[in-house]
Design a protein around this ligand. Sequence first.
Ligand code: GAP
Length: 444
Amino acid sequence: MQATEDLMKKIMSLSKRLGFVYQSGEIYGGLQSAWDYGPLGVELKRNITELWWNEMVRSRSDVVGVDTAIITHTDVWRSSGHLKNFHDPLVDCRECRSRFRQDHLEGDRCPECGGELTEPRNFGLMFKTFMGPLEDDSAVVYLRPETCQSIFAQFQNIVTSTRKALPFGIAQIGKAFRNEITVRNFIFRSREFEQMEMEFFCNPDQWEKWYEYWIQKRFSWYTDALGIRKENLRLRKHEEKELAHYATGCTDIEYRFPFSGEEGYGELEGIASRTDYDLSAQMQGSGKDLTILDRETGQKVTPFVVETSGGVGRTFLMVLLDAYHEEEVAGDTRVVLKFHRNLAPVKAAVLPLSKKLAEEAQKVEEILRPHWPVVFDVTGSIGKRYRRNDETGTPYCITFDFDSLEDRMVTIRDRDTLQQIRVGIDSLEEVMRGLMANGWEEQE
Ligand code: GAP
């Protein structure tokens, strides 16, 4: 327990010190559960969302993307059932005033002091605001608590514009807001967060095939594209009693977060078979036809949906935790973030051995800058600079030394193996291209 708490503390402090994540409004004491991504964090976050977008949209002919409004028409939430049902039952202790979610309690007395609890009150999870100048009931609108509902509401428009035939998917990455009662564990659970969701529409007879397909596909994204260690991930199939009444299956992809439950896993993403529930609900609420002709069978159907729904913040936290290593090197402890090269916020650091070499070394940086995020680091001993770049997870350090002036060669050092190779400056771009595509082990 001690070690795991320490790891979270280390990750939070490193995040702030190096510029991955800061607390929002920190100079005013900080806004609880609101986080700002710093210069390294924004690169890492973009790498995650771009890898997802490439995998789920760009590389496939059967999925299209959208980007819909955060403030969504209130009737969308009325039809989806959120207005009526998206709340948590809260109870207060009459003695010590502690507050709990009733469905998280085992007994009917306060777990803190044994005091008597109040009757449960429903606490709405959607953020409310007003649209326009009047702050009355008619102007109330909501920030979306999930990104997928607008996909269902826009279903007919998207089908008409793209002429997609079943089976096909619609994907979106965007912010979602939930006024969570308890927020904890850094960015794992916050009130403003980002989702990566994809709704896959298919003939009602085919949902099982697609449900199984997307479970495997999504799991392998974490291991193959993000390089997360397989032994830290697992699939958890929901039991019957956990399923929503309309769902025919749900499987979570979970990561062994240091803070999570008895078995030590926390949810990253859910893959759910949601039948035709959402489209039917939007169809009923709007009175519009959201059915589609299945060109294969000639039937008019309300498609079934298999949803994949993951959180950007949780993926980000997992990537940091999985990458974090402390290692003994030459009698010294180095902290190194072993990000997969796809994820590393900075791909290479150009290091002149001496300040006198800075001008020449800068020309090497200029070769790389149009293609990759790189840093030029001139201050401190070379050892210190290696450590600094290990800590930010930069896979390759490129050293320009006095010989480089003569032989026009530089040394590339690999962050993980600490091996070095010497390559000609003329071929540096090509070598980097090979390293970025295949990694150090696979280099020619
Ligand atoms: N459309 C289905 C849906 O929204 P969910 O299980 O409520 O399902 C999906 O959310 C994912 O969104 C979760 O697996 C998690 O990664 C992320 N998520 C949900 N609530 C979150 C919160 N308060 N903070 C951070 N991420 C959250």
